[in-house]
Write a protein that binds this ligand. Structure first.
Ligand SMILES: [Zn+2]
Ligand SMILES: [Zn+2]
Length: 402
């Protein structure tokens, strides 16, 4: 097996953090905590409910970049939680089952699958009985997040591997009608769709989507599917992404100075400017999807909401940040966090986000055309990271061919 993983090795993690801050070329050397091993023996299946999958392709996600730059902060809520020595990169994958244990019932050799539960969860680690959240399909809230697998797990691999092993319950079947390129878009689309369904926008809401990368563009599209009668504004610097957002259903692009643009868009008050270009206005959007995260985006989003407006927090960095919390209490704002995907309730049915999204892609309700902009070979994963870090205007989704 060959696989890319993040090694929990403190000196190396510190070196990676330092390189990310002040000497980017060092990120691409053997100093990085993200490693590529081409010579790991194929692990045996740990139990009879496991399968082995040969990857076809796998997308590059912001989470993978976080590992490459070792950005997880020592002050984040994630830090105290024990993790395995190695975290395998890549979760936006499509692959084919090449071996199935004798107790596997959901898949057979030859089936195309994608990883649904890549985060630490009962199914992902094969913990039985599963916790109440995993039981209901909301594996993103797993109570056993910090608990080890009952198996002495070998190197399992994941999406950025030629092959990997997983429990059948952590995978979803890829619908026959979907192409491989559509299949790598399932997981990121799930994040966008989940963030909209978790608290659906109401009729006539004036909505701002901040940031039009893969997730933001997906959010624009999902909002118009879930609530066609609303007005979507987009805050995005890159012209081609603005155009893509308009094509996917956005109504307007914010132009010029953001606070003035937000005040104009929402018939708000004049914009007041204080010390050090500190700005505020009255009025604002009913709802904002922050697909950027970090200090600037959080502070700005909170000030651009109307009283009792709603901030949907999607973009995030895995470290503590500093924000001005004043608008939260002053305008009695509501904050709704969004993590990945799970079980949805949609039109009277309960189903995994992974199934809802595949239905939408299959039925032409959700379009994936134009999202995948670049392909690299798995062996060239460092070039893929380089492109992601440089982030030129034409990059949306980068895919590794495994
Ligand atoms: Zn992802
Ligand atoms: Zn669980």
């Amino acid at each position: 097996m060959k696989t890319v993983y993040f090694e929990k090795d403190i000196p190396r993690i510190l070196a990676t953090k330092a390189a990310a801050k002040c000497c980017k070329p060092l990120l691409y050397t053997s100093l990085n905590a993200v490693k590529y091993n081409r010579n790991i023996p194929d692990p045996p299946l740990p139990a009879e409910n496991w399968v082995r999958v040969r990857n076809i392709a796998c997308g590059l996600c912001g989470t993978d970049v976080s590992f490459f730059k070792a950005t997880t902060g020592t002050n984040s809520a994630l830090e105290p939680i024990p993790t395995a020595k190695r975290t395998y990169l890549g979760h936006e994958n499509v692959g084919t089952v090449i071996e199935a244990g004798s107790k596997v019932t959901k898949f057979k050799v030859g089936d195309r699958v994608t990883i649904r539960e890549y985060m630490s969860s009962c199914n992902n680690k094969d913990i039985k009985p599963v916790c109440k959240y995993c039981e209901e399909g909301n594996y993103n809230f797993c109570l056993n997040f910090g608990e080890p697998s009952p198996h002495n797990l070998p190197d399992t691999g994941a999406g950025w591997s030629d092959t990997f092993i997983a429990t059948e319950d952590s995978l979803s079947k890829v619908y026959d009608e979907l192409t491989d390129e559509q299949a790598v878009m399932i997981e990121p689309t799930c994040v966008s769709v989940h963030s909209v369904i978790v608290d659906p926008p109401k009729k006539n809401e004036k909505i701002l989507v901040m940031g039009c990368g893969t997730i933001g563009l997906g959010v624009v599209q999902a909002i118009k599917i879930v609530q066609p009668e609303c007005e979507i504004w987009v805050l995005e610097r890159v012209k081609t992404k603005q155009q893509f957002a308009l094509k996917l259903g956005a109504d307007h692009i914010m132009q010029g100075e953001p606070y003035q643009a937000a005040a104009d868009a929402t018939n708000g008050s004049k914009v007041y400017t204080g010390m050090s270009n500190n700005k505020m206005f009255f009025g604002g959007f009913d709802r904002i999807y922050d697909c950027i995260g970090g200090n600037w985006a959080n502070t700005t989003a909170l000030r651009m909401l109307r009283p009792r407006g709603i901030l949907m927090k999607i973009g995030h960095h895995m470290r503590a940040i500093t924000i001005d919390e004043t608008p939260i209490w002053w305008h009695e704002l509501k904050l709704i966090g969004v993590d990945a995907h799970g079980m949805e309730e949609w039109e009277g049915r309960k189903l995994y986000t992974f199934d809802l999204v595949q239905e939408w892609i299959r039925d032409g309700i959700y379009k994936t055309e134009g999202f995948v902009t670049h392909h690299f070979k798995l062996d060239d994963y460092k070039q893929a990271f380089k492109l992601a870090l440089e982030n030129p205007p034409d990059v949306i989704k980068i895919v590794l061919d495994c």
